[in-house]
Design a protein around this ligand. Structure first.
Ligand code: BDP
Length: 330
């Protein structure tokens, strides 16, 4: 047996301790998660649950933290950061995903889903899987799908009863040219703009209106400055709980399973909270003086979208079968 002098022994021990620390650091992963909404929003609560589950169930091999309120950047930036591994997980709307993963643009076609239930049927089946595959090719692993309700138009000027009422309105949209065409098809002028800038832009008249679901209209305080909310319900856009492919690939199969289950549980929580929060948000904005006009007949709006579909199919002929498949799903 080699005998070590006390000094060498200390050095050897220190080296061993150091290599242990190095290995431990390499193995314990600190995951940073992005959320655009406040922590009290259904998505924030679900993401916090996800982070807690992952941290506890991997025994700290992964410690996950959610950064709420878009403090880590706006959505298009966060998508890039998650793709390149600077962020580890996030909840993304498929709206701003379109420019990066063209297939997902199909979900941004106005009125593509006939109802929220039909959207669930589609997303839980093979079409949902094909979207997940397309995302994965671009560095994002979609583990589960969150609800985002239906988006409707609101503005500072007047109720919208028919597409004609949109004429001349300056409308903020998410970062996706498809939405510029959508607003143009009704005679409005769309401006893609980060979510965080919309409140001020509505207030100062940079834009006259925007469009969103009740929970976002409420939590962003847009209702304070744009009091006419018209239930156009033109977009039903799913949202993913996405993991950076780089972070996913660095996990053991056992930890991948833990993360997958935590993501599914988080989505179940989010969907449950979503239904309650939508009603609560609607009640809150009405109590605050918002004028909601219910549009019973959506047909004039659907008809106005025909050129948007025609242009889209012309530019993406390979996606037409996917559109037909979604539309024919009951
Ligand atoms: C909300 C989505 C969020 C979008 C936001 C927007 O949950 O991901 O960024 O709309 O309009 O409903 O930008």
């Amino acid at each position: 047996m080699t005998r070590l002098t006390p000094l060498l022994r200390t050095t050897a021990l220190a080296a061993a301790a150091l290599s242990f620390v190095t290995i431990a650091t390499a193995e314990a992963k600190d995951w940073r998660g992005w959320n655009i909404h406040p922590p009290t929003y259904p998505n924030g609560i679900a993401l916090d649950q996800f982070a807690k589950d992952v941290t506890e169930k991997t025994d700290g091999r992964v410690t996950a933290t959610v950064y709420h309120n878009a403090v880590l950047g706006d959505q298009p930036d966060a998508i890039e950061q998650t793709r390149n591994g600077a962020l580890d997980f996030a909840n993304f709307s498929m709206g701003p995903m379109g420019p990066i993963v063209p297939e997902t643009n199909v979900m941004s076609l106005p009125f593509i889903f006939s109802s929220i239930d039909q959207m669930h049927t589609v997303m839980d089946g093979e079409v949902g899987q094909s979207f997940s595959d397309a995302l994965s090719e671009k560095g994002l692993v979609a583990l589960s799908w969150f609800d985002s309700g239906a988006r409707s138009m609101y503005n500072t000027k007047r109720p919208i009863e028919t597409p004609d009422d949109v004429k001349g309105l300056k409308v903020r949209v998410m970062n996706n040219d498809l939405y510029v065409n959508m607003i143009a098809a009704m005679g409005g002028n769309a401006t893609p703009m980060p979510y965080g800038e919309v409140y001020q832009s509505l207030k100062t008249g940079v834009v006259d209106g925007a469009e969103n679901n009740y929970p976002s209209y409420d939590s962003s305080n847009h209702y304070e400055v744009a009091k006419f909310y018209s239930t156009t319900e033109h977009l039903i856009i799913p949202e993913c709980l996405c993991i950076s492919k780089a972070s996913w690939d660095a996990l053991s199969p056992e930890d991948q399973e833990i993360v997958r289950q935590a993501a599914i549980d988080a989505a179940m929580k989010q969907r449950e909270l979503w239904a309650v929060d939508t009603q609560k948000a609607k009640d809150d904005v009405v109590a605050a003086g918002v004028k909601i006009n219910e549009i019973a007949d959506k047909k004039p709006f659907q008809d106005a979208m025909k050129p948007v579909y025609a242009d889209f199919i012309k530019a993406n002929p390979d996606l037409e079968p996917l559109i037909t498949k979604i539309q024919s799903t009951k």
